[in-house]
Design a protein around this ligand. Structure first.
Ligand code: CP
Length: 336
């Protein structure tokens, strides 16, 4: 039994095969690969795209999705092992997952970190518990990484570069830029973007305002490992001009600085100094006609200007659409 927890667990050819199948299903959306099968989708956090695209995807392949969330009537869950359950939680994750495995053919889970203690959050305990206790395949719908988003992004890049006659992703300058946001956000999409760009052979630059915004060492190392396998290195810079110069892809995301997890009142004045990291027309003019994207949801004119987001070079809608197609390919592959 195989799970889809992180792209680091999958080879590039295996991921490319999923993307190729997603492209085939984009051209011909309906099938019977999930006929008679049910997918449980557990959302411990908000969602628009993930929830809708998984539900629609299961339907288009002849299957059925059950969407569950604590706010929607599910029992509050306990995720720690060996605890005396005399608090709010009525059910242990072990029972919940084992029972769902009796009803359903696969389980998706969204569980963001708590943003209080990164050393705890980086254990990804909820996803790990689901994978440990489930008797059916588990899909990561965003925890401390967001593998489905990565796949949709790569698919959108390949489609657009192909359409524009600009060739393969290998060697293209990919810039992952931190952007301002009034709140400290999850690092998941940034971790994912860094890893997938390195895995698919791009020349990756991470642009952050200071060293404190560099991503967790686990994801920096994984990206460096994949970059090396492709004969490349990960470049880290705090210089906006250097990063944007000659870029062929700009991926925008905001995230909280790891050293300040649980101490966000100290991080806020630092973050507020870097509002100018917004992706705007002036910065995009320094690029090599770069494609630009964001995972969404996105605060317009905070992370990216209207002019850049609404330009022909922005592939965010394609990326969002591709969530549907790649997730269908993933569910189909896991359903076996
Ligand atoms: N990008 C993404 O996962 O969107 P939602 O949070 O709306 O699901």
């Amino acid at each position: 039994m195989k799970h889809f927890l992180n792209t680091a667990d999958w080879t590039r050819p295996d991921l490319q095969a999923l993307i190729d199948d997603a492209r085939a299903m984009k051209a011909s959306p309906y099938g019977e690969a999930l006929k008679g099968k049910t997918v449980a989708l557990l959302f411990l956090n908000n969602s628009l795209r993930t929830r809708t695209s998984f539900d629609v995807g299961a339907h288009q392949l002849g299957g059925h999705a059950v969407v569950l969330s604590p706010s929607g009537g599910m029992w509050p869950l306990e995720f720690e092992d060996g605890v005396v359950m005399d608090g709010e939680a009525e059910e242990h994750v072990k029972e919940a997952v084992k029972v769902l495995s009796r009803y359903c053919d696969m389980i998706g889970i969204r569980a963001f970190p708590k943003f209080q203690d990164w050393q705890e959050d980086r254990k990804d305990k909820i996803l790990t518990a689901f994978a440990k206790y489930a008797d059916v395949p588990v899909i990561n719908m965003e925890t401390i990484t967001h593998p489905c988003q990565e796949m949709a992004h790569v698919m959108a890049l390949q489609e657009r570069f192909e359409k524009d006659g600009r060739g393969a992703l290998d060697g293209k300058k990919f810039v992952l830029t931190w952007t301002y946001h009034p709140k400290p956000l999850n690092t998941a999409v940034a971790n994912s973007a860094l890893m997938i760009a390195a895995k698919f052979g791009m020349d990756v630059t991470l642009l952050t305002p200071t060293e404190e915004y560099i991503l967790d060492i686990r994801y920096m190392n994984q990206a460096a490992h994949d970059a090396k396998a492709n004969g490349r290195k990960i470049h880290v810079t705090h210089d906006i001009n250097e990063a944007y110069d000659g870029a062929e892809v700009v991926y925008a995301k905001s995230w909280g600085a790891i050293p300040y997890f649980g101490n966000w009142q100290e991080e806020k004045p630092i973050r507020d100094l870097y509002r100018h990291f917004i992706v705007d027309e002036e910065k995009m003019a320094k690029t090599d006609n770069a494609l630009v994207s964001h995972c969404l949801p996105m605060r317009r004119n905070v992370k990216m200007t209207d002019g850049v987001f609404d330009s022909a070079n922005c592939i965010a809608y394609e990326e969002a659409e591709n969530r549907l197609h790649v997730q269908k390919a993933i569910m189909k592959a896991l359903a076996g």
